[in-house]
Design a protein around this ligand. Structure first.
Ligand code: NAD
Ligand code: UDP
Length: 345
Protein backbone atom coordinates (compact mmCIF):
# COMPACT_ATOMS: atom_id res chain seq x y z
CA UNK A 1 0.00 0.00 0.00
CA UNK A 2 1.23 3.48 -0.82
CA UNK A 3 2.60 5.45 2.09
CA UNK A 4 0.64 8.57 2.98
CA UNK A 5 2.41 11.88 3.53
CA UNK A 6 0.98 15.03 5.05
CA UNK A 7 2.45 18.09 3.34
CA UNK A 8 1.87 21.26 5.32
CA UNK A 9 2.19 24.35 3.14
CA UNK A 10 1.78 22.05 0.14
CA UNK A 11 0.28 24.65 -2.19
CA UNK A 12 3.31 26.90 -1.62
CA UNK A 13 6.39 27.20 -3.81
CA UNK A 14 8.59 24.35 -2.59
CA UNK A 15 5.64 22.35 -1.23
CA UNK A 16 3.84 22.14 -4.59
CA UNK A 17 6.97 20.91 -6.39
CA UNK A 18 7.50 18.35 -3.64
CA UNK A 19 3.91 17.08 -3.86
CA UNK A 20 4.52 16.49 -7.58
CA UNK A 21 7.68 14.49 -6.88
CA UNK A 22 6.03 12.54 -4.03
CA UNK A 23 3.07 11.59 -6.23
CA UNK A 24 5.35 10.63 -9.09
CA UNK A 25 7.30 8.42 -6.67
CA UNK A 26 4.08 6.61 -5.68
CA UNK A 27 3.26 8.32 -2.38
CA UNK A 28 -0.25 9.41 -1.47
CA UNK A 29 -0.34 13.04 -0.38
CA UNK A 30 -2.59 15.11 1.85
CA UNK A 31 -2.01 18.86 1.76
CA UNK A 32 -2.95 21.32 4.47
CA UNK A 33 -2.50 24.99 3.66
CA UNK A 34 -4.23 28.15 4.90
CA UNK A 35 -3.58 29.84 1.53
CA UNK A 36 -1.92 32.80 3.28
CA UNK A 37 0.82 32.77 0.63
CA UNK A 38 -0.52 30.57 -2.16
CA UNK A 39 -3.73 29.86 -4.01
CA UNK A 40 -5.88 26.85 -4.59
CA UNK A 41 -5.27 27.00 -8.37
CA UNK A 42 -1.90 25.38 -7.68
CA UNK A 43 -3.80 22.09 -7.25
CA UNK A 44 -4.79 22.25 -10.95
CA UNK A 45 -1.12 22.51 -11.91
CA UNK A 46 -0.21 19.54 -9.73
CA UNK A 47 -3.07 17.52 -11.20
CA UNK A 48 -2.07 18.38 -14.79
CA UNK A 49 1.52 17.29 -14.17
CA UNK A 50 0.84 14.09 -12.22
CA UNK A 51 -2.63 13.08 -13.39
CA UNK A 52 -3.77 13.03 -9.79
CA UNK A 53 -5.31 15.72 -7.61
CA UNK A 54 -3.88 15.61 -4.11
CA UNK A 55 -6.24 15.65 -1.14
CA UNK A 56 -6.46 19.26 0.02
CA UNK A 57 -7.55 20.60 3.39
CA UNK A 58 -7.79 24.36 3.75
CA UNK A 59 -6.77 25.06 7.31
CA UNK A 60 -4.32 26.68 9.67
CA UNK A 61 -1.69 24.48 11.30
CA UNK A 62 -1.52 26.75 14.34
CA UNK A 63 -4.98 25.38 15.21
CA UNK A 64 -4.39 21.99 16.84
CA UNK A 65 -8.08 21.02 16.58
CA UNK A 66 -7.98 21.38 12.80
CA UNK A 67 -4.89 19.17 12.67
CA UNK A 68 -6.40 16.59 15.03
CA UNK A 69 -9.50 16.42 12.81
CA UNK A 70 -7.30 16.00 9.73
CA UNK A 71 -5.37 13.09 11.26
CA UNK A 72 -8.68 11.42 12.24
CA UNK A 73 -10.24 11.99 8.82
CA UNK A 74 -7.17 10.74 6.93
CA UNK A 75 -5.90 7.91 9.11
CA UNK A 76 -2.60 6.15 8.50
CA UNK A 77 -0.40 9.15 7.73
CA UNK A 78 3.17 7.79 7.79
CA UNK A 79 5.19 10.98 7.53
CA UNK A 80 4.96 14.77 7.48
CA UNK A 81 6.84 17.37 5.49
CA UNK A 82 6.46 20.69 7.26
CA UNK A 83 6.75 23.57 4.79
CA UNK A 84 4.06 25.73 6.41
CA UNK A 85 5.73 28.88 7.69
CA UNK A 86 5.94 32.61 7.15
CA UNK A 87 9.19 33.37 5.36
CA UNK A 88 9.73 37.07 4.64
CA UNK A 89 12.82 38.19 6.56
CA UNK A 90 11.97 41.92 6.51
CA UNK A 91 8.38 41.35 7.62
CA UNK A 92 9.61 39.16 10.48
CA UNK A 93 11.58 42.10 11.86
CA UNK A 94 8.41 44.23 11.87
CA UNK A 95 6.02 41.48 13.05
CA UNK A 96 8.12 39.16 15.20
CA UNK A 97 5.26 37.68 17.20
CA UNK A 98 3.39 36.72 14.05
CA UNK A 99 6.49 34.82 12.91
CA UNK A 100 7.17 33.12 16.24
CA UNK A 101 3.51 32.16 16.58
CA UNK A 102 3.02 30.89 13.04
CA UNK A 103 6.27 29.02 12.61
CA UNK A 104 6.65 27.62 16.12
CA UNK A 105 2.99 26.80 16.97
CA UNK A 106 2.71 24.93 13.67
CA UNK A 107 5.72 22.79 14.53
CA UNK A 108 4.68 22.24 18.18
CA UNK A 109 1.20 21.11 17.12
CA UNK A 110 2.55 18.66 14.57
CA UNK A 111 5.10 17.17 16.97
CA UNK A 112 2.53 16.86 19.71
CA UNK A 113 0.11 14.96 17.48
CA UNK A 114 2.66 12.62 15.85
CA UNK A 115 2.83 9.99 18.64
CA UNK A 116 -0.94 10.20 19.17
CA UNK A 117 -1.60 9.30 15.52
CA UNK A 118 1.37 7.00 14.99
CA UNK A 119 3.14 9.31 12.51
CA UNK A 120 6.72 8.06 12.30
CA UNK A 121 8.72 10.92 10.91
CA UNK A 122 8.83 14.62 10.04
CA UNK A 123 10.96 16.35 7.44
CA UNK A 124 11.54 19.97 8.39
CA UNK A 125 12.34 22.91 6.08
CA UNK A 126 15.28 24.74 7.57
CA UNK A 127 17.66 27.16 5.92
CA UNK A 128 21.33 27.95 5.46
CA UNK A 129 20.46 31.18 7.27
CA UNK A 130 21.29 29.26 10.50
CA UNK A 131 24.99 29.48 9.55
CA UNK A 132 25.01 33.30 9.37
CA UNK A 133 28.13 34.65 7.64
CA UNK A 134 30.34 31.57 7.32
CA UNK A 135 33.96 31.61 8.46
CA UNK A 136 34.80 29.50 5.42
CA UNK A 137 33.12 28.09 2.29
CA UNK A 138 31.86 25.59 1.29
CA UNK A 139 30.04 25.07 4.55
CA UNK A 140 29.12 21.66 5.94
CA UNK A 141 26.58 20.63 8.57
CA UNK A 142 29.12 20.67 11.40
CA UNK A 143 29.77 24.42 10.99
CA UNK A 144 28.77 26.53 13.98
CA UNK A 145 25.28 27.99 14.17
CA UNK A 146 25.52 31.77 14.42
CA UNK A 147 23.17 34.15 16.20
CA UNK A 148 20.14 34.70 14.00
CA UNK A 149 19.91 38.11 12.36
CA UNK A 150 16.11 38.13 12.10
CA UNK A 151 13.10 36.66 13.90
CA UNK A 152 12.51 34.50 10.79
CA UNK A 153 16.01 33.04 11.02
CA UNK A 154 15.54 32.58 14.74
CA UNK A 155 12.36 30.53 14.17
CA UNK A 156 14.45 28.12 12.07
CA UNK A 157 17.12 27.79 14.78
CA UNK A 158 14.53 27.36 17.54
CA UNK A 159 12.61 24.84 15.43
CA UNK A 160 15.74 22.75 14.96
CA UNK A 161 16.27 22.82 18.74
CA UNK A 162 12.65 21.92 19.48
CA UNK A 163 12.83 18.90 17.16
CA UNK A 164 16.14 17.80 18.67
CA UNK A 165 14.94 18.14 22.28
CA UNK A 166 11.71 16.30 21.49
CA UNK A 167 13.49 13.38 19.86
CA UNK A 168 16.16 13.26 22.57
CA UNK A 169 13.37 13.03 25.16
CA UNK A 170 12.59 9.60 23.71
CA UNK A 171 9.57 10.58 21.60
CA UNK A 172 8.79 7.75 19.16
CA UNK A 173 9.44 9.82 16.04
CA UNK A 174 12.29 10.50 13.61
CA UNK A 175 13.20 13.69 11.81
CA UNK A 176 15.24 14.90 8.89
CA UNK A 177 16.14 18.58 8.96
CA UNK A 178 16.94 19.99 5.52
CA UNK A 179 18.92 23.21 5.33
CA UNK A 180 18.09 24.75 1.97
CA UNK A 181 20.46 27.14 0.25
CA UNK A 182 18.75 29.41 -2.35
CA UNK A 183 15.85 27.63 -4.09
CA UNK A 184 15.04 29.08 -7.53
CA UNK A 185 13.28 28.19 -10.78
CA UNK A 186 10.02 26.44 -11.58
CA UNK A 187 8.71 23.14 -12.83
CA UNK A 188 9.80 22.55 -16.47
CA UNK A 189 6.11 22.22 -17.45
CA UNK A 190 5.62 25.87 -16.36
CA UNK A 191 2.45 24.68 -14.62
CA UNK A 192 3.71 25.49 -11.11
CA UNK A 193 6.30 27.95 -9.84
CA UNK A 194 6.91 30.73 -7.36
CA UNK A 195 4.09 33.24 -6.80
CA UNK A 196 5.61 36.23 -5.03
CA UNK A 197 3.21 38.56 -3.28
CA UNK A 198 3.63 42.19 -4.41
CA UNK A 199 7.16 43.44 -5.11
CA UNK A 200 9.51 40.46 -4.84
CA UNK A 201 12.32 40.56 -2.29
CA UNK A 202 14.19 37.64 -3.80
CA UNK A 203 16.59 37.97 -6.67
CA UNK A 204 15.14 35.59 -9.27
CA UNK A 205 11.48 36.70 -9.23
CA UNK A 206 12.68 40.33 -9.31
CA UNK A 207 14.98 39.49 -12.21
CA UNK A 208 12.30 37.69 -14.27
CA UNK A 209 9.76 40.46 -13.60
CA UNK A 210 12.33 43.02 -14.76
CA UNK A 211 13.07 41.01 -17.90
CA UNK A 212 9.31 40.90 -18.52
CA UNK A 213 9.10 44.71 -18.22
CA UNK A 214 7.00 44.65 -15.02
CA UNK A 215 9.87 46.29 -13.11
CA UNK A 216 12.03 49.03 -14.65
CA UNK A 217 15.38 47.68 -13.54
CA UNK A 218 16.99 45.26 -11.16
CA UNK A 219 19.18 46.72 -8.45
CA UNK A 220 22.29 44.70 -7.67
CA UNK A 221 22.77 45.16 -3.95
CA UNK A 222 26.44 46.11 -3.78
CA UNK A 223 29.49 45.46 -5.96
CA UNK A 224 32.14 46.18 -3.32
CA UNK A 225 32.10 42.84 -1.51
CA UNK A 226 35.20 40.70 -1.16
CA UNK A 227 34.24 38.44 -4.09
CA UNK A 228 35.75 38.18 -7.61
CA UNK A 229 33.22 40.58 -9.20
CA UNK A 230 32.24 42.40 -6.00
CA UNK A 231 28.63 41.12 -5.84
CA UNK A 232 27.34 38.63 -3.24
CA UNK A 233 27.66 34.89 -3.77
CA UNK A 234 24.94 32.29 -3.09
CA UNK A 235 24.35 28.63 -3.85
CA UNK A 236 21.27 28.63 -6.12
CA UNK A 237 19.47 25.31 -6.13
CA UNK A 238 16.81 24.27 -8.65
CA UNK A 239 13.43 23.80 -6.97
CA UNK A 240 12.79 20.43 -8.65
CA UNK A 241 16.17 19.14 -7.47
CA UNK A 242 15.24 20.38 -4.01
CA UNK A 243 11.83 18.69 -4.16
CA UNK A 244 13.45 15.38 -5.10
CA UNK A 245 15.66 15.56 -2.02
CA UNK A 246 12.51 15.54 0.15
CA UNK A 247 11.37 12.29 -1.44
CA UNK A 248 14.76 10.72 -0.75
CA UNK A 249 14.77 12.02 2.82
CA UNK A 250 11.27 10.65 3.41
CA UNK A 251 12.17 7.26 1.93
CA UNK A 252 15.23 6.99 4.15
CA UNK A 253 13.44 8.18 7.28
CA UNK A 254 10.52 5.76 6.89
CA UNK A 255 12.55 2.82 5.64
CA UNK A 256 12.55 -0.02 8.15
CA UNK A 257 15.66 -1.54 6.59
CA UNK A 258 17.78 1.56 7.17
CA UNK A 259 19.05 1.88 10.70
CA UNK A 260 19.30 5.65 10.56
CA UNK A 261 19.85 8.14 13.34
CA UNK A 262 16.60 9.41 14.83
CA UNK A 263 17.54 12.90 13.72
CA UNK A 264 19.61 13.79 10.67
CA UNK A 265 20.57 17.14 9.16
CA UNK A 266 21.48 17.73 5.51
CA UNK A 267 22.60 20.74 3.51
CA UNK A 268 20.79 21.01 0.19
CA UNK A 269 22.83 22.98 -2.29
CA UNK A 270 24.78 22.48 -5.48
CA UNK A 271 28.20 23.02 -3.91
CA UNK A 272 28.87 25.94 -6.29
CA UNK A 273 28.58 29.62 -5.55
CA UNK A 274 27.33 32.12 -8.14
CA UNK A 275 27.49 35.88 -7.81
CA UNK A 276 24.50 38.12 -8.51
CA UNK A 277 26.19 39.34 -11.70
CA UNK A 278 26.95 35.77 -12.79
CA UNK A 279 23.33 34.79 -12.27
CA UNK A 280 22.10 37.73 -14.36
CA UNK A 281 24.44 36.71 -17.13
CA UNK A 282 23.35 33.03 -16.86
CA UNK A 283 19.75 34.22 -17.31
CA UNK A 284 20.66 36.38 -20.31
CA UNK A 285 22.59 33.64 -22.06
CA UNK A 286 19.93 30.99 -21.31
CA UNK A 287 17.01 33.05 -22.56
CA UNK A 288 18.50 35.64 -24.91
CA UNK A 289 16.59 38.29 -22.93
CA UNK A 290 18.44 41.29 -21.53
CA UNK A 291 17.96 42.33 -17.90
CA UNK A 292 18.31 46.07 -17.29
CA UNK A 293 20.16 46.50 -14.00
CA UNK A 294 22.08 49.04 -11.98
CA UNK A 295 24.50 48.71 -9.12
CA UNK A 296 22.97 49.96 -5.88
CA UNK A 297 23.91 50.13 -2.21
CA UNK A 298 24.44 47.03 -0.12
CA UNK A 299 21.27 45.57 1.43
CA UNK A 300 21.42 45.62 5.19
CA UNK A 301 22.04 42.24 6.79
CA UNK A 302 23.16 40.51 3.56
CA UNK A 303 25.68 37.70 3.85
CA UNK A 304 28.70 38.28 1.61
CA UNK A 305 29.23 34.73 0.38
CA UNK A 306 27.90 31.31 1.22
CA UNK A 307 27.76 28.02 -0.60
CA UNK A 308 27.13 24.48 0.51
CA UNK A 309 29.25 21.45 0.99
CA UNK A 310 26.52 18.96 -0.03
CA UNK A 311 28.73 15.86 0.43
CA UNK A 312 26.61 14.46 3.25
CA UNK A 313 23.40 14.63 1.18
CA UNK A 314 25.31 13.26 -1.84
CA UNK A 315 26.76 10.30 0.07
CA UNK A 316 24.07 9.45 2.60
CA UNK A 317 20.82 10.48 0.90
CA UNK A 318 22.18 9.57 -2.52
CA UNK A 319 20.97 12.96 -3.76
CA UNK A 320 22.84 15.35 -6.04
CA UNK A 321 21.64 18.58 -7.59
CA UNK A 322 21.59 17.95 -11.32
CA UNK A 323 19.73 20.72 -13.17
CA UNK A 324 22.18 23.17 -14.80
CA UNK A 325 21.58 26.78 -13.85
CA UNK A 326 20.85 27.76 -17.47
CA UNK A 327 17.97 25.28 -17.54
CA UNK A 328 16.72 26.59 -14.19
CA UNK A 329 16.77 30.11 -15.65
CA UNK A 330 14.84 28.99 -18.75
CA UNK A 331 12.22 27.37 -16.50
CA UNK A 332 11.97 30.50 -14.34
CA UNK A 333 11.46 32.55 -17.51
CA UNK A 334 8.82 30.19 -18.95
CA UNK A 335 6.95 30.40 -15.63
CA UNK A 336 7.19 34.22 -15.63
CA UNK A 337 5.76 34.37 -19.16
CA UNK A 338 2.94 32.03 -18.18
CA UNK A 339 2.01 34.01 -15.06
CA UNK A 340 2.04 37.22 -17.15
CA UNK A 341 -0.30 35.76 -19.74
CA UNK A 342 -2.61 34.49 -16.99
CA UNK A 343 -2.72 37.86 -15.21
CA UNK A 344 -3.41 39.65 -18.50
CA UNK A 345 -6.18 37.31 -19.57
P1 NAD B 1 5.71 29.57 0.51
O1 NAD B 1 5.25 30.77 1.25
O2 NAD B 1 5.56 29.55 -0.96
O3 NAD B 1 5.00 28.26 1.09
C1 NAD B 1 4.57 28.15 2.43
C2 NAD B 1 3.12 27.73 2.41
O4 NAD B 1 2.68 27.56 3.76
C3 NAD B 1 2.20 28.76 1.77
O5 NAD B 1 1.37 28.11 0.82
C4 NAD B 1 1.36 29.31 2.93
O6 NAD B 1 0.05 29.65 2.52
C5 NAD B 1 1.38 28.14 3.90
N1 NAD B 1 1.24 28.47 5.32
C6 NAD B 1 1.91 29.40 6.04
N2 NAD B 1 1.53 29.37 7.32
C7 NAD B 1 0.60 28.38 7.43
C8 NAD B 1 -0.17 27.86 8.50
N3 NAD B 1 -0.09 28.35 9.72
N4 NAD B 1 -1.03 26.85 8.24
C9 NAD B 1 -1.15 26.34 6.99
N5 NAD B 1 -0.45 26.80 5.94
C10 NAD B 1 0.41 27.81 6.16
O7 NAD B 1 7.22 29.32 0.95
P2 NAD B 1 8.32 28.33 0.32
O8 NAD B 1 9.33 29.14 -0.35
O9 NAD B 1 7.67 27.22 -0.40
O10 NAD B 1 8.97 27.81 1.67
C11 NAD B 1 8.59 26.56 2.26
C12 NAD B 1 9.40 26.37 3.53
O11 NAD B 1 10.79 26.37 3.21
C13 NAD B 1 9.21 27.43 4.59
O12 NAD B 1 9.25 26.81 5.86
C14 NAD B 1 10.42 28.33 4.41
O13 NAD B 1 10.76 28.99 5.59
C15 NAD B 1 11.47 27.30 4.02
N6 NAD B 1 12.59 27.87 3.27
C16 NAD B 1 12.34 28.54 2.12
C17 NAD B 1 13.40 29.10 1.40
C18 NAD B 1 13.15 29.88 0.13
O14 NAD B 1 14.06 30.61 -0.29
N7 NAD B 1 12.02 29.78 -0.52
C19 NAD B 1 14.72 28.95 1.87
C20 NAD B 1 14.93 28.24 3.05
C21 NAD B 1 13.85 27.70 3.75
N1 UDP C 1 19.75 40.65 -4.59
C1 UDP C 1 19.98 41.73 -5.41
N2 UDP C 1 18.90 42.45 -5.86
C2 UDP C 1 17.62 42.13 -5.55
C3 UDP C 1 17.39 40.99 -4.71
C4 UDP C 1 18.48 40.29 -4.25
O1 UDP C 1 21.12 42.06 -5.71
O2 UDP C 1 16.68 42.81 -5.97
C5 UDP C 1 20.90 39.86 -4.10
C6 UDP C 1 21.02 39.83 -2.59
O3 UDP C 1 21.82 40.90 -2.15
C7 UDP C 1 21.69 38.48 -2.36
C8 UDP C 1 21.21 37.61 -3.53
O4 UDP C 1 20.69 38.52 -4.50
O5 UDP C 1 23.07 38.61 -2.50
C9 UDP C 1 20.12 36.65 -3.12
O6 UDP C 1 19.13 37.36 -2.43
P1 UDP C 1 17.72 36.72 -2.06
O7 UDP C 1 16.93 37.76 -1.34
O8 UDP C 1 17.12 36.09 -3.26
O9 UDP C 1 18.12 35.53 -1.06
P2 UDP C 1 18.93 35.54 0.33
O10 UDP C 1 20.19 34.78 0.06
O11 UDP C 1 19.17 36.92 0.74
O12 UDP C 1 18.03 34.80 1.23
Amino acid sequence: MAQKILVTGGTGYIGSHTVVELQQAGYETVIIDNLSNSNVGVLDGIEKITGKRPVFVEGDCTDIDILRRLFSEYPGIDGIINFAASKAVGESVKEPLLYYRNNLCTLLNLLELMPEFGVRGIVFSSSCTVYGEPDRNPIDESAPIKNATSPYGNTKQISEEIITDFINSGAPVKSVILRYFNPIGAHPSALIGELPNGIPNNLVPYLTQTAAGIRKELTVFGDDYDTPDGSCIRDYIDVVDLAKAHVMAMRRMLSSSEDTDRIEIFNLGTGHGLSVLELISAFESATGVRVPYRIGARREGDIEKIWADPAKANNILGWTASVPVTETMRNAWAWQLRTDSKSNS
